[in-house]
Write a new protein. Sequence first.
Length: 94
Amino acid sequence: VDPTLPLAKGLVKGMDSLISNHVNCWDFDAWSAAMKPFWDPDLIYDTNWTPYPNVLGNSSGLRPWFDREHIPFNLAFRNCTFSQMIFAGEELTA
């Protein structure tokens, strides 16, 4: 985490860097080791509903999020570029 940034913003930017640069994006063991500092084991991730089983929807923990959101997104957008024009943040929110 970049110590020059507010804590919440630094955490999000660190995680975002791994995701947007597709660091080990298909290898759960390597990817989860890199993502571990950014995840709480009890995290509940709420996202969009879809009629497709095990794609998006709510998930708890890193592995379900990897399988239900990370992998489908990478399959759908294999060649994409990310940009952050404005990214506001402070100690507790980003």
